[in-house]
Ligand binder design. Structure first.
Ligand SMILES: CSC[C@H]1O[C@H](OP(=O)(O)O)[C@H](O)[C@@H]1O
Length: 359
């Protein structure tokens, strides 16, 4: 059975508490929007797509519980306020903000429809939130296959060796994953020799989550410290680097987990192709360049402590940005979306064309 970050059925939402993995696999209920906001802020659930999906499904479960007879205007106000609130949970990943904008537009349109009732409004909004689950998995499988075919077509070996950073798998999405989806597709095609995953300090998404997923799927993999990346590129015959994204902007600059920028610099030095894998829902064409992206800074305790024990010298100052920006010039092999692999400089036009044609 594949790993599930999110378990949903009408009226019921549970998340796998990722702060407890890999030692403990605990699903906790998310009864509504407030609980979702807290779970996202505390990174009990994380990953750009998963954040948006949990946020929107928390609205769906809370709407479902509203007793019949609630006034349509009250439901409209509740939905719009809830979506705006959910966007404040974490600032860097764009997926929640994009989903909130889409759903708010939908709500406003539905509210204006003369033939819509409170019940039909509720049902149509819940159905739109629920559709995010299947769409995300479909997009991830497309990303996986586009990325795998692109890597294979450019490799000079029958099987490839991939380095990845952070966690971009089933624990960061509705399933399959983005960069880890590319790895899963390479494995399914019989074209993957090995994976190197970085521990990804300080939350350890790699050591705790990506390693957990790769072991679960029986994919041959080796965990390395973040500081070992350059040595691994020099010694371990890495064919390509594939990472995820929290926000890709119009010129292809990409916000991703802290450490991605220096992995990209090391890849350039070693002439190793560097890919970003992200659904179009992680792209923000309203921003021209990476300098405009807000970088979340997390509590210093998340850096000074390890498993509840302080390891840093008391009294030391702490800087704990959760993301960094990789300039498009370092994304040398392309940005992999559900539509294909794009030159970062041509991403904006490619996505605009797709949005226009809807294909
Ligand atoms: C497909 S997940 C994308 C992205 O989200 C992660 O950040 P976080 O664990 O802080 O939510 C990481 O940057 C992944 O690459």
């Amino acid at each position: 059975m594949s790993l599930e970050a999110v378990r949903y059925r009408r009226g019921s939402l549970h998340i796998l508490n990722q702060r407890l993995l890999p030692e403990r696999s605990v699903y906790q209920e998310i009864p509504g929007v407030e609980a979702a906001w807290r779970a996202i802020r505390e990174m009990q659930v994380r990953g750009a797509p998963a954040i948006a999906i949990v946020g929107c499904l928390s609205l769906a479960v809370e709407l479902d519980r509203r007793e019949e007879g609630a006034a349509k205007d009250d439901l409209v106000t509740f939905a719009l306020e809830s979506l705006a609130y959910l966007v404040t949970s974490r600032p860097t990943a764009v997926n929640m903000a994009r989903a909130a904008q889409d759903l708010s537009d939908f709500v406003s349109h539905e509210a204006e429809r003369p033939d819509s009732t409170a019940e039909s409004f509720k049902e149509s909004l819940i159905v739109r939130c629920e559709a995010m689950l299947e769409k995300d998995i479909r997009d991830n499988k497309s990303i996986g296959d586009h990325g795998a075919k692109h890597i294979i077509s450019r490799a000079n070996t029958d099987k490839v060796i991939i380095l990845t950073h952070c966690n971009t798998g089933s624990l960061a999405t509705a399933g399959y994953g983005t960069a880890l989806g590319v790895i899963r597709s390479l494995w399914a095609m019989g074209r993957l020799e090995h994976v190197y995953c970085t521990e990804t300090r300080p939350y350890n998404q790699g050591a705790r989550l990506t390693a957990y997923e790769l072991v679960h799927d029986k994919i041959p993999a080796t965990l390395i410290a973040d500081s070992m990346v350059s040595m691994a590129m020099k010694e371990k015959r890495i064919s390509a680097v594939v990472v995820g994204a929290d926000r890709v902007v119009a010129n292809g600059d990409t916000a991703n987990k802290i450490g991605t920028y220096q992995v990209a610099i090391a890849a350039l030095h070693h002439r190793i192709p560097f890919y970003v894998a992200a659904p179009s829902s992680s792209c923000d064409l309203t921003l021209d360049s990476g300098e405009q992206i807000v970088i979340e800074e997390r509590p210093g305790k998340e850096l000074t402590d390890f498993n509840g024990t302080r390891v840093a010298a008391p009294g030391i100052g702490v800087w704990n940005p959760a993301f960094d920006i990789t300039p498009h010039s370092l994304i040398t092999a392309g940005i992999i979306t559900e539509f294909g692999v794009h030159d970062p400089r041509k991403l904006q036009k490619a996505l605009a064309d797709k949005m226009q044609t809807g294909t």
